[in-house]
Every structure is written in C-alpha cells, then in structure tokens.
Design a protein around this ligand. Structure first.
Ligand code: C2E
Ligand code: MG
Ligand code: MG
Ligand code: MG
Length: 284
C-alpha cells in the first residue's frame, strides 16, 4: 500500500517535472524565436533635469512584446537569455535599436540627448564587446558621446583590474559609463576612485523610504557626497512623488528618472513626446 502510494507520489513528481521542463523548454524556444521575429522591443524612460523639467536623455529598457500583445518584463527574460546563451545577440539587438532611435531624436541647442543602455555582466565580459559597440556606433551613425552604457556594481567589481581595462577601452570609443543600481551591491569605494565612470545611478530601493526614514536620506546624501568628491554625475532612479523630489532638492544636483515624470514608453511614443516638446515635460 505504502509502496504504491510512494510510486504514485513519484509519478506525480515526475509528471510535474516534465511539465515544468517542457514549459521551460517552450519558453526558451519562444524567446529565441522572439528575437528572430523582432518581438524584443526597446522602450525609453526619460531622464529629467528637475530644475528645467526638461528631458536630457533616456534609458533604453527591453520589452518582449508577444504576438498577442502581451508585454513581458526584462526581469523575466533577461536572466533567461543569460542562462541559455542568448544574451549576447539580444544585447546587440537592444543596443542597435537604441542607437537607431536616438539618431532620430531632435537636436537640442542646450545639449544633445543621450541614450543609456544596460549591459549584463556576460556582455561586459565578452571579449568582442568593444568591437561590437564600435561597429554599432558606425552602422547607426550615433555620435559616441551620446551613448552611455550602464554596468551594475557587481560587474564593475568582478575583477578590479580587468573591469577597469574594459571600461577604459569603452571610454576610448568616446562613450560614457554609468554604474547602475548603485548601493545595492558590494563595492569598494577606493576601487570606484580608480574607475573612470561618469555617472552613478542611485538604486530606487533608497528612494522608496526617502521621505519616511532619515537613515535612507542620510545614505542618499552620502552617495551624493561621494559622487561630488569624485566629480561623477548622479541619476536618481525611482522617483515617484513630488515629496521625494522635494526631499532630494537640498541634497544636491541630480538627474531624475522615475514615474513622477514618466514611465518607460514605446519608442514611437517617446519620440513623439520629444518632437512635441519644446515645452517642459508634463508630469505623469
Ligand atoms: P534598471 O536598469 O535599474 O532600470 C530601471 C528600472 O526601474 C526599470 O524597470 C524601470 O521601469 C524601473 N523604474 C523606473 N522608475 C521607476 C519608478 O518610479 N517606480 C518604479 N516602481 N519603477 C521604476 P524595467 O524596465 O522593468 O527593467 C528592470 C531591469 O531589467 C533593469 O533595471 C535592468 O537591470 C534590466 N534590463 C532592462 N532592459 C535591459 C537590457 O536591454 N539589457 C540588460 N542586460 N538588462 C536590461
Ligand atoms: Mg539601468
Ligand atoms: Mg538601475
Ligand atoms: Mg534596478
């Protein structure tokens, strides 16, 4: 009796496992096909100068838009792409799309709009990274100074010497480098001193409690302080409310990226905003 029940349980798990594996295999195949079929889109979220309330650049954020218009978030498919060895072609696709779009954005007297693109750690370690970025810049015609690549703190900290070399090679192309999700990883500040980055992006986890928790506010202030000392620009992610923006004001100068101004938008919507907008950006 017990033996039989045991077998039943075993069969149950085996079937479950097959179901899981199958759906996983299916998702993998779907993602490969999605890339071939141009279902990986690039959306843009503005970075805003809070004083002028003008857009000064945007971050490119990948979206998987399926045939039946379901929108799948990058938190779901980027890790999968990394696991199944699809991140390099996917990353190149995103970079190319982002540069192509940015070339078409209107010119501005007060400075050209920049575009920021996320790099996964595998892309960062790819020996062909610099060649491939350079090729995409040539093909799209985007001036290198308008491109910023975002690397996470953990990618930057992997192997200090190696990481610095890669960043220097990228810098030699004329592009900008940002450290993304700053404060969430484990980074040595002395290391940052030798790291030729232009921007720190403060992770939104610090902003969430900014107005209610004085310690969050102190941590944010110390990150600004560090950035100022190193002459690095600050971008604050995840600003959702006027109160958060007001709290940041006295802390220091920063660009703001958050739902207060705008969520990420499809490329054509973002481009329309830019073309219609020689007035300040309206708030969401
Ligand atoms: P990230 O690079 O830190 O991008 C910022 C994320 O915060 C975006 O999520 C953005 O939509 C979200 N966000 C911005 N402002 C607010 C706000 O005010 N409130 C809230 N709740 N969220 C806000 P998204 O687009 O879902 O992307 C998630 C992560 O996926 C990104 O975090 C990035 O790490 C990764 N990712 C996205 N696109 C790519 C890509 O093309 N390549 C790679 N390697 N990673 C990507
Ligand atoms: Mg980012
Ligand atoms: Mg971030
Ligand atoms: Mg983040």
């Amino acid at each position: 009796q017990a033996k039989q029940a045991g077998r039943g349980v075993y069969r149950f798990f085996r079937d479950e496992l097959n179901a899981v594996n199958q759906s996983r295999l299916k998702i993998e195949a779907d993602l490969r096909r999605a890339l071939e079929n141009n279902e990986i889109h690039v959306w843009f979220q503005p970075k805003v100068d809070p004083l002028s309330e003008r857009i000064v650049g945007a971050e490119a954020l990948a979206r998987w838009v399926t045939a039946n218009n379901e929108i799948i978030s990058p938190d779901k498919f980027i890790p999968l792409a990394e696991e199944i060895g699809l991140i390099l072609p996917l990353g190149r696709h995103v970079l190319r799309q982002a540069c192509e779009q940015a070339v078409g954005w209107p010119q501005r007297e007060e400075g050209e709009l920049s575009v920021s693109v996320n790099l996964s750690i595998k892309q960062f370690k790819d020996p062909n990274l610099v060649a491939s970025v350079s090729e995409i810049l040539d093909q799209t015609g985007l001036p290198p100074a308008r491109l910023e690549l975002e690397i996470t703190e953990s990618a930057a900290m992997m192997d200090a010497q190696k990481a610095r070399e890669i960043v220097e090679q990228l810098r030699n192309l004329g592009i900008q480098i940002a450290i993304d999700d700053f404060g969430t990883g484990y980074s040595s500040l002395s290391h940052l001193r030798h790291f030729p980055v232009q921007t720190l992006k403060i992770d939104r986890s610090f902003i969430r409690h900014l107005t209610t928790d004085e310690r969050s506010a102190s941590i944010v202030a110390s990150m600004f302080h560090l950035a100022n000392a190193l002459e690095i620009k600050v971008v604050v992610e995840g600003v959702e409310t006027r109160e958060q923006l007001d709290k940041l004001g006295p802390i220091g100068d920063a660009l703001i990226q958050g739902y207060l101004f705008s969520a990420p938008q499809a490329a054509h919507d973002f481009s329309r905003v830019l073309h219609n907008m020689d007035a300040p950006v309206g708030r969401a």
